[in-house]
Write a protein that binds this ligand. Structure first.
Ligand SMILES: Cc1cc2nc3c(=O)[nH]c(=O)nc-3n(C[C@H](O)[C@H](O)[C@H](O)COP(=O)(O)OP(=O)(O)OC[C@H]3O[C@@H](n4cnc5c(N)ncnc54)[C@H](O)[C@@H]3O)c2cc1C
Length: 496
């Protein structure tokens, strides 16, 4: 079924092409628009096929946060007083991506990210010279710079100096992706890209191992388009494809909520595989905790159903979710002291499972943890917290406060509860895929038997790009990666 839907067509099976162009780009999200624009600006004729009736994909739904820095700092970082060397950014990204990271992509990205910011601005995307230093995923007001990862946690500070790198278009409300995609669409049109909507790429056409065109479904008919220079796959990830999720992400299939556009069906990955493309990192996915503890809740303690802590609570929400996902039954609870228990957001929207004037009373009311477990956890934490230390998980001193003053409260953040804040009405953490075609930094798709698939390029979530795990994910790594490497793939395809 999967093979027949996305098999390659040999050139001999194509009696005639309906039309031809230099470069074909498959999917108009951040990666596709960036690839098409750069290919066109390099002088190539470009057709950009998009399955939906409009541009955007998941990029259009996103906040368009981009993780940028290096080169001494982007213009925005420098204006706001933040210096960020390329080596500092590389050190951070290497720590973030861990063993799965691609050092070549990381270096290229860190070296080019500040210039990439200038490119994004040149499209007309607005940024405000204001920084937001709170613990938030996106600013609720209109600041354009913020911390979006684990930069300020002690473990990551061992590797790199903390610098805010989340760059988000300035606006009130969460519409960054729309602003960016509208600007990118206009730039593509101005550059002469032939954008065709309601067009699903169904097959790659291959001549003696080289990709030379595509078959695309339009008005329920297959049309054959020749690519003189190359085909760029930019059709996004596979989080909406239930079969692929079951196969590659069985560990999160039961409890995570897919986060993406409806056409995140893995088409490009399967098209690439059919042409010999190699896939990697298919078992990794971004996760977000049902609720990102805002600053005040960071003083609390996250515990599992055994009443044990398992992570430094000041970690970024994707890292919190990663460690939560490996706890028994994905159960997690946030224990808070009196000072922090009156936050309206969680009182209104989250499950308060127990309260108590003492930890023992709360433990008994909750009926979840083994007797004495929570008291032991709190006693150990308090003993060191009084000296501003957290030897076990290394929470940063600014978030350490002994839990001594009751009444105490316990919130249920378990994965089988509602994702109350980010996406009301859905269950479990939100997830999107981080695996896909293995590519060179220039976008060439690696062949499973070595070398590359000639004529084939890819970027964005159809590939295993910059971000490789939830454990080290920082918001902005995906749109930053998709647009940065999308541009390189477009240029490379046009250069043939
Ligand atoms: C709500 C939300 C918020 C997010 N916020 C951020 C953020 O602020 N920062 C960040 O870094 N990441 C964010 N992410 C993740 C990020 O948006 C995506 O990972 C990234 O934008 C993917 O870009 P892409 O170009 O690879 O794919 P997409 O932007 O999804 O584009 C792929 C396009 O290909 C099309 N397509 C699919 N199949 C075919 C086919 N066969 N033929 C033709 N076209 C096809 C799709 O319709 C789609 O338009 C967010 C995700 C979501 C869902």
């Amino acid at each position: 079924m999967e093979r027949s839907e996305f098999s390659v067509l040999d050139l001999s099976q194509v009696s005639a092409f309906d039309c031809e162009t230099d470069v074909i780009v498959c999917g108009f999200g951040g990666a596709g628009g960036s690839a098409a624009l750069e290919a066109a600006r390099a002088g190539a004729s470009v057709i950009l096929f998009e399955r939906a009736s409009g541009a955007g994909g998941s990029t259009g739904m996103s906040s368009c946060e981009m993780y940028l820095g290096g080169s001494g700092g982007t213009a925005l970082q420098r204006t706001l007083g933040f210096e960020d060397s390329t080596e500092n950014m590389i050190n951070y990204l290497m720590k973030s991506c861990g063993e799965r990271g691609d050092p070549e992509k990381i270096r290229l990205y860190a070296e080019g990210a500040a210039a990439h910011f200038e490119w994004v601005k040149s499209l007309g995307v607005p940024y405000k010279e204001a920084v937001m230093l709170d613990r938030e995923v996106v600013p609720l007001t209109d600041e354009s710079l913020l911390f979006t990862g684990n930069e300020r946690t002690l473990e990551f500070m061992d590797a790199a100096k903390p610098v805010p790198r989340g760059h988000v278009p300035s606006h009130e409300g969460d519409f960054g992706g729309r602003i960016f995609i509208d600007a990118l669409t206009q730039a593509c049109v101005d550059a002469g890209v032939d954008v065709q909507y309601d067009s699903r790429v169904m097959h790659l056409v291959v001549d003696d191992g080289t990709v030379v065109g595509v078959a695309v479904k339009q008005d329920n008919q297959l049309k054959y388009i020749k690519a003189r220079k190359g085909v760029v796959l930019t059709s996004g990830g596979f989080i909406m494809n239930d079969d692929m999720r079951k196969r590659y992400l069985p560990w999160n299939h039961k409890w995570a909520t897919p986060y993406g556009n409806p056409f995140d069906m893995g088409d490009g990955i399967r098209l690439g595989q059919a042409a010999g493309g190699y896939t990697i990192n298919m078992d990794e996915a971004f996760l977000s905790l049902p609720m990102y503890p805002p600053a005040k809740l960071t003083y609390g303690l996250l515990v599992n159903e055994r009443g044990e802590r398992f992570v430094n609570e000041d970690a970024y929400l994707a890292r919190l979710a990663h460690f939560a996902s490996v706890q028994p039954n994905q159960k997690l609870y946030l224990l808070l002291g009196a000072d922090d228990f009156d936050h309206p957001m969680y009182i209104e929207r989250l499950d308060v499972v127990a309260t108590g004037d003492s930890i023992e009373e709360l433990n008994a009311e909750a009926g979840i943890f083994p007797e004495g477990a929570l008291a032991q956890t709190v006693a150990y934490f308090n003993e060191h917290a009084r000296q501003g230390r957290d030897p076990k998980f290394r929470k940063a001193p600014e978030w350490i406060k002994p839990l001594e003053q009751g009444p105490f409260g316990l919130l249920d953040l378990s994965f089988d509860r509602q994702t109350a804040v980010i996406m009301p009405g859905t269950k479990g953490p939100l997830t999107f895929t981080l695996g896909g075609l293995d590519t060179l930094p220039t976008g060439e798709v690696k062949h499973w038997n070595g070398g590359v698939v000639k004529g084939l390029y890819a970027a964005g979530r159809v590939t295993a790009g910059l971000p490789r795990s939830s454990e080290g994910y920082a918001s902005g790594m995906s749109v930053g990666d998709a647009t940065f490497f999308g541009r390189l793939a477009g240029k490379q395809a046009a250069s043939n």
